[in-house]
Write a protein that binds this ligand. Structure first.
Ligand SMILES: N[C@@H](CCC(=O)N[C@@H](CS)C(=O)NCC(=O)O)C(=O)O
Length: 242
C-alpha cells in the first residue's frame, strides 16, 4: 500500500493546489525557483501558487513536509497536473523540471551542445558553488567561531567566483560573455538563475569591494541579471514572510 502524499497535517493551500505549487522561503535556494517561475510568468503566463515556509520553526522537518521532500529542505515544487501529483526536490532538478514550460527555449537551448553547457554550469554551481558559499554563511553565523572552517569555505568560494569570472571574461575561449552558457556572448538561462541567486549575496558572505575587483565580469553579470523585472519580483516582498 502506498503512503498518501498529503495528510491531515498538510496545509490546505498545499493540498488544494491545482497547478504547480511552490513551497519556499526567501533564501538563495528558494529564490532560484521563485525567480524562474516569475520569468516563466512573464514569457508564457505560467501560473503557480506558493506556500511560504518558516524554516526557523522546523516546519520543513515535519512528517507532512518529508512526504514531499525527505531531505526536509526548501524549496519543493509539486506539479498537481500529474496524477498522482509529482513533487520535485533539489533546486537544479526543479529548474530543469520547470523547463517543460519553456517551450520556446527562452531559458534553455534547442541545441545539444549549448544545452550541455547549461547543464555544466548549473551543476557546477549546485555541486561546487552553493555548498561552499552555504557553509561559509553557516560558519560565519555560528555562535562558536571556527576560523579554520571559515577560512576554508571563504577561500573555496573565492576560488569558485574566479571560475565564473574565467568563463564570463572569455579568457580561455576568446570572447567575453554576458551569460554563462551558449554560443558567443551566451544566452540567459536557468544556469544563470541558479548561480545568481547565491553569488549576488557576496557582501553578506563577507567579501569586500576590493576583493570583488578581481572579478569585473562577474560583478557586471550580477548587475545585468539584477535589472530583470522577474528577478526583482522573484526576490521581492511577495516571498517574504510577514
Ligand atoms: N541542495 C538543496 C539545498 C536546499 C537547502 O539547503 N535549503 C535550505 C534553505 S536555503 C533549507 O531548507 N534549510 C533549512 C534546513 O536545513 O532545515 C537544493 O538545492 O535544493
Amino acid at each position: 500500500m502506498t503512503s498518501p502524499m498529503y495528510t491531515d497535517q498538510t496545509p490546505a493551500d498545499v493540498k488544494n493546489a491545482k497547478a504547480v505549487h511552490l513551497l519556499t522561503e526567501n533564501t538563495p535556494n528558494g529564490q532560484k525557483v521563485q525567480i524562474f517561475l516569475e520569468e516563466l510568468a512573464d514569457v508564457y503566463g505560467t501560473e503557480w501558487t506558493t506556500t511560504l515556509i518558516d524554516c526557523s520553526t522546523n516546519e520543513q522537518k515535519k512528517d507532512w513536509f518529508l512526504r514531499l521532500n525527505p531531505n526536509g529542505r526548501i524549496p519543493v515544487i509539486i506539479d498537481n497536473t500529474q496524477s498522482p501529483p509529482h513533487s520535485v526536490m533539489e533546486t537544479s532538478a526543479e529548474l530543469l523540471y520547470l523547463l517543460k514550460f519553456d517551450t520556446d527555449h527562452h531559458f534553455s537551448f534547442k541545441g545539444d551542445v549549448d544545452q550541455s553547457e547549461l547543464l555544466q554550469w548549473l551543476f557546477f554551481w549546485h555541486g561546487s558553488g552553493a555548498p561552499y558559499q552555504g557553509n561559509l554563511g553557516f560558519f560565519r553565523r555560528a555562535q562558536e567561531q571556527n576560523p579554520f572552517a571559515i577560512n576554508r569555505f571563504r577561500k573555496e568560494t573565492y576560488r569558485v567566483f574566479n571560475v565564473l569570472e574565467l568563463q564570463l571574461s572569455g579568457k580561455y575561449h576568446g570572447q567575453p560573455k554576458d551569460f554563462l552558457a551558449g554560443k558567443g556572448k551566451g544566452q540567459y538561462s536557468v544556469a544563470d538563475i541558479g548561480t545568481w541567486a547565491w553569488v549576488k549575496n557576496w557582501p553578506g558572505s563577507g567579501y569586500t569591494d576590493e576583493e570583488m575587483k578581481d572579478f569585473p565580469h562577474l560583478v557586471k553579470w550580477i548587475e545585468r541579471i539584477a535589472e530583470r523585472p522577474a528577478v526583482q519580483r522573484g526576490i521581492g516582498p511577495k516571498f517574504k514572510l510577514s
